[in-house]
Design a protein around this ligand. Structure first.
Ligand code: ATP
Ligand code: MG
Length: 264
């Protein structure tokens, strides 16, 4: 009888320890899931915060660029238009001076004509900088062709442009974004990369409008943080965001620059 009791006790003890082991394992598992879940959530929160920070930086760069553009336009208007119209106005008043001889009258009139002509040319240039007329009249394809021609005419670089996308059905308000992206990329290739050859190719890849931009310039270490912080590149990124696209930018010292972006 005693032996049976002892055996029962042992079985109860074994069952108890097994149960305890299961409960501990269960608790350990729950704690493990709890903490790993917490860690995952924390990583996601950090990722979202980084994204928000990046969006803020982009917005900031857009605002700074707008502000700089305003300053530049104000300066252009002041120096190239207002100052000239000022002198025109002075000259026009001079015409009222009594007893002007014919030579004086002619000199003043010529001054007025010359200055109004210059003010007119400058106002055209300022308007052209704000919105290249070719874009509005003939669309993006013609706009890029004109831009490429402008760069090629400097003889310091040879730009090759190929396009198999029909931009005519592409919303006109988006044309200027693509145009400005290429303008900035070309400026960077010349200014920083001293590139002698550039290729711009528009194709449809996996159903998406895609642009591949390559230069053969000096390149730079694009993985380094300090090389990615210019306003120009930030603006390119925010324009691509606006167009609902993605991009990849790669460059290494002495290996030029390659940028691929798609857009809707
Ligand atoms: N095609 C390129 N070749 C070589 N370096 C480049 C090229 N494009 C960009 N970079 C490097 O990346 C940096 C950031 O370019 P980004 O256009 O953003 O600024 P930036 O040209 O210096 O100034 P800005 O705001 O006037 O455009 C440049 O300063 C340059 O060092
Ligand atoms: Mg730049």
């Amino acid at each position: 009888m005693n032996a049976i009791n002892l055996e029962n006790n042992e079985i109860i003890q074994v069952v108890f320890f097994i149960l305890l082991a299961f409960i501990s394992m269960f608790l350990v598992l729950i704690m493990f899931f709890y903490f790993s879940r917490k860690k995952i959530v924390q990583i996601e929160v950090d990722k979202k915060n980084l994204e928000i920070e990046h969006q803020k930086e982009l917005l900031n760069s857009v605002l700074i660029t707008q502000e700089e553009e305003r300053k530049r336009i104000a300066q252009d208007l002041h120096d190239d238009i207002s100052s000239k119209l000022n002198v025109v106005s002075l000259n026009s008043h001079l015409l009222k001076t009594p007893n002007l001889n014919e030579t004086e009258q002619l000199e003043i009139t010529n001054n007025i004509i010359e200055l109004t002509q210059k003010a007119l040319e400058n106002s055209r240039r300022i308007a052209h900088d704000l919105l290249p007329p070719v874009l509005e009249k003939f669309g993006l394809h013609a706009g890029i062709e004109e831009l490429v021609e402008e760069f090629n005419s400097t003889k310091t670089v040879k730009v090759l442009y190929e396009n198999s996308i029909d931009f005519e059905s592409y919303p006109i308000e988006k044309h200027l974004h693509i145009f400005r992206i290429l303008q900035e990329l070309l400026n960077n290739s010349l200014r920083h990369g001293k590139a002698t050859e550039v290729s711009i190719q528009f194709t449809t890849f996996e159903g998406r409008k895609t642009c591949t931009y390559i230069d053969n310039g000096l390149g730079f270490d694009s993985s380094r943080e300090e090389n990615q912080k210019g306003l120009g590149m930030m603006n390119i990124e925010s324009r691509i965001n606006f167009l609902g696209g993605n991009f990849s930018f790669t460059s290494k010292p002495n290996e030029g620059v390659k940028m691929v972006f798609n857009f809707n």
